[in-house]
Design a protein around this ligand. Structure first.
Ligand code: NAD
Length: 329
């Protein structure tokens, strides 16, 4: 049994080595993404493991089929980089990975704290021996109402952590979870916008959630609202968010993701010309804390992503099935 692992980072290799020791498996490591330039490197392999930077369209899928490779596993939770409909149509099976929601939830709460305590400014000043207090007075989370949009895995984990802060938590989701009612109050979206001091987004990117934070919804929020986005950049109309900061409607912003980040993050771009003006502009505000889509990035999550990917390929190869298989239906 042989698999090709594309786009492998050094920090993933230890987990690949751990899992292949337990399974009877040969692995070909390829630094580059899976593309038409690198696809021949998977010749004679039974399956391929990829990350989200590999765009798997019909051309790649047809070529995989020509090479008799029937299984693709992505070491990510999201799979919108794979043309699943076409893969299913030509009989290529696809699986994704999972990991506990705690890492992203902890990171979300960290951005809340950094934003409510003006940490970015405090850190910058400290680095140049400016120990002045002006402009650094913060807010205590316990005094605030936190609005959570999306009570899925990550949203619920955020609510769990926030229990320890003693703040009021309100939540909106299309589906209500009875167990969450013990910890937070479900409200409609209008009420959440109106009453929250902090709003954190935990919905997937869908047609209906695209740009859900826009000029109109920002206007419904409290003056000085703190917005946190560790979900997907496209949930926010970034131009409207910039205006919200300039007009001081938005008090602080914590972003692990930003609209049109694709192709920029997770590589050293210091000497590159980056074409994303909004990203460059929004970064300079003293009340905007931005990170490079790393909320997921913990040892627990990386180990789980690699393990899920390899195990699902082995299951596919041995049995034609995997419990992590994703289909278009
Ligand atoms: P999940 O599927 O468990 O939960 C999503 C929730 O959103 C569900 O409860 C669903 O009912 C709700 N939802 C769907 N449409 C909605 C709408 N229109 N309004 C309100 N709620 C709606 O997903 P999850 O694992 O909690 O992940 C949430 C998001 O976090 C993912 O979609 C992903 O984009 C993002 N994410 C980011 C990182 C990162 O590193 N920054 C890592 C993992 C996930």
């Amino acid at each position: 049994m042989k698999i090709a692992a594309y786009d492998v980072r050094e920090d993933e290799k230890i987990y690949f080595e751990e899992i292949i020791k337990q399974l009877d498996l040969e692995i070909v490591y390829i630094d580059e993404i899976l593309s038409m330039d690198t696809i021949e490197l998977a010749k004679n392999c039974d399956g391929v493991s990829i990350l989200g930077h590999s765009q798997i369209d019909s051309t790649i899928l047809n070529k995989l089929k020509d090479l008799n490779i029937k299984y693709i596993s992505t070491r990510t939770v999201g799979y919108n980089h794979i043309d699943l409909e076409y893969a299913n149509k030509i009989g290529i099976k696809v699986s994704n990975s999972n990991y506990p929601p705690s890492g992203v939830a902890e990171y979300t709460v960290m951005l809340m704290l950094m934003s409510s305590r003006n940490y970015k400014q405090a850190m910058f000043r400290g680095n140049v021996n400016d120990y002045s207090l002006a402009g650094l007075r913060g807010k205590e989370i316990k005094d605030l109402t936190v609005g959570v949009i999306g009570s899925g895995k990550i949203g619920c984990a955020v609510i769990d952590i926030l229990q320890g802060f003693g703040c009021k938590i309100i939540v909106y989701d299309k589906f209500i979870k009875e167990e969450i009612k013990l910890k937070a109050e479900y409200v409609d979206l209008e009420t959440l916008y109106k009453d929250s001091d902090v709003i954190t987004l935990h919905t997937p990117l869908l047609k209906e959630t695209y740009h859900m934070i826009n000029k109109e919804t920002i206007n419904k929020m409290k003056d000085g609202v703190i917005l946190i986005n560790c979900a997907r950049g496209e949930l926010m109309d970034i131009e409207a968010v910039i205006e919200g900061i300039e007009e001081k409607k938005i008090g602080a912003l914590g972003l692990d993701v930003i609209e049109n980040e694709e192709g920029i993050y997770h590589k050293d771009r210091r000497t590159d010309i980056l074409i994303n003006r909004q990203m460059a502009y929004i970064r300079q505000f003293p009340n905007v804390t931005m990170t490079q889509h790393i909320a997921f990035y913990t040892d627990t999550a990386v180990k789980s992503m690699v393990t899920c990917s390899v195990k699902s390929l082995v299951d596919f190869i041995n049995t034609g099935k995997s419990e992590l298989e994703i289909t278009n239906n």
